[in-house]
Design a protein around this ligand. Structure first.
Ligand code: FES
Ligand code: FES
Length: 153
């Protein structure tokens, strides 16, 4: 079985996989037990599985493990926790920017990437930055407020 090594939330990890095409999302959730990234569509269409690979928002559901090897992968678990949330996580809590919460991982990771590039975005830039992330609950207005709040934090 082949081994694939990469940085995960700042720490080196190595995973075994029979299949170099196995999606990164499966290894994160099933092998590494990181359940923040969600399986939504499995087709790069919804954004629920978003992680950052070398800082770029990436659909883990369609990213083969061979493409993650040697890279730096960040998941929402690496941002912060209940005691010390990341500013974007804190802003989502403050604005109550979730209903079912299934999209929240992707929204927060996409927002992290957006704010890293554009620390003080306009509402229109936030809408464009998160346009590929779907929310079936229609929480977009609160999500937008949360990202704008995080930008001011
Ligand atoms: S589960 Fe990956 S984009 Fe929908
Ligand atoms: S809060 Fe339910 S999908 Fe966005």
């Amino acid at each position: 079985m082949a081994k694939y090594s990469f940085q995960l939330n700042g720490r080196p990890v190595t995973v075994d996989s029979w299949d170099p095409g196995q999606p990164l999302l499966y290894l994160l959730r099933n092998t590494l037990e990181l359940h923040g990234p969600k399986f939504g569509c499995g087709l790069a269409q919804c954004g629920a599985c978003t992680v950052l690979v070398d800082g770029k928002p990436t659909r883990a559901c369609v990213t083969p493990i061979r493409q993650a090897a040697g890279r730096s992968v960040a998941t929402i678990e690496g941002l912060g926790g209940p005691e010390k949330p990341d500013p974007v996580q804190a802003a989502f809590i403050a604005e109550q920017a979730a209903q079912c919460g299934y999209c929240t991982n992707g929204m927060i990771m996409a927002a992290k990437a957006l704010l890293a590039q554009t620390p003080h975005p306009t509402p229109e830039q936030v809408k464009q930055g998160l346009a590929g992330n779907l929310c079936r609950c229609g929480t977009h207005t609160r999500i937008l407020r949360a990202v704008m709040r995080a930008a001011q934090a």
